[in-house]
Write a protein that binds this ligand. Structure first.
Ligand code: 3PG
Length: 214
């Protein structure tokens, strides 16, 4: 895996974030994640101003790896990269966006859940794919089945991951890292529960460590 993918894999979990008030919440959130040993975020364009959130998170915690999620246009890609994003995540496989990123040397994790998606990803020489929505698409059983014909990919499952199933996913060598919003829910963010976010990150890191030690 390339250096970025190795780093993502080392961290092991990727918080999927929607920030309605980036000016208020981006800096304390970035600090809470880093304090919990999870210096990474997928900041989604589900909320306007995701690029502002990325900029502010990087300012608050320069060591944080910030990606943009729910990217559905090349304009999103441009905004995210200008803000300092280090990777792009798309919900599905959009060949136009993937080609755009690959041509510019921008890391991209496109959402893939079918053999057809994996075929398409092969053409672009990608190493890691997002597997979304993971639980609803067949979960770890499907991820393992897909790894038989496509052993060249590691995946980042997102959708339905929680403290309950994080260990099971993380114990599979096909998994690069697990994405989820359980440690950065709307309630936690809206109510500024930064210590709880840090605690959930710490717990997640421990679970990943345990899962991989086996
Ligand atoms: C995503 O965009 O990756 C998912 O909505 C996150 O899924 P979760 O909320 O089930 O963790």
């Amino acid at each position: 895996m390339n250096e970025l993918n190795k780093r993502v894999s080392e961290i092991g979990v990727v918080p999927v974030i929607k920030l309605n008030y980036p000016q208020r919440d981006a800096a304390p959130l970035a600090k809470a994640l880093c304090a919990g040993g999870v210096p990474i975020a997928e900041v989604t364009f589900r909320a306007a101003g995701a690029d502002t959130a990325i900029r502010l998170m990087k300012q608050a915690c320069p060591e944080i790896l910030c990606g943009a999620g729910t990217v559905t246009t090349t304009e999103h890609v441009d905004l995210a990269i200008a803000a300092g994003a280090e990777f792009i995540v798309t919900p599905g496989f959009d060949p136009e966006i993937v080609a755009y990123c690959v041509e510019k040397g921008i890391a991209i994790y496109p959402g893939c859940t079918t053999p057809t998606d994996y075929h398409a990803a092969l053409k672009f020489g990608l190493e890691v794919l997002k597997f979304f929505p993971a639980e609803q698409s067949g979960g770890l059983a499907k991820i393992k089945a897909m790894a038989a014909p496509f052993p060249m990919f590691k995946v980042m499952p997102t959708g339905g991951i929680s403290l309950k199933n994080l260990k099971e996913y993380s114990s599979s060598p096909v998994i690069c890292a697990c994405g989820g919003s359980y440690m950065v829910t709307a309630d936690l963010i809206e109510n500024g529960k930064w210590d709880e976010i840090t605690a959930l990150c710490r717990q997640s890191v421990e679970i990943v460590k345990e899962a991989r030690a086996k």
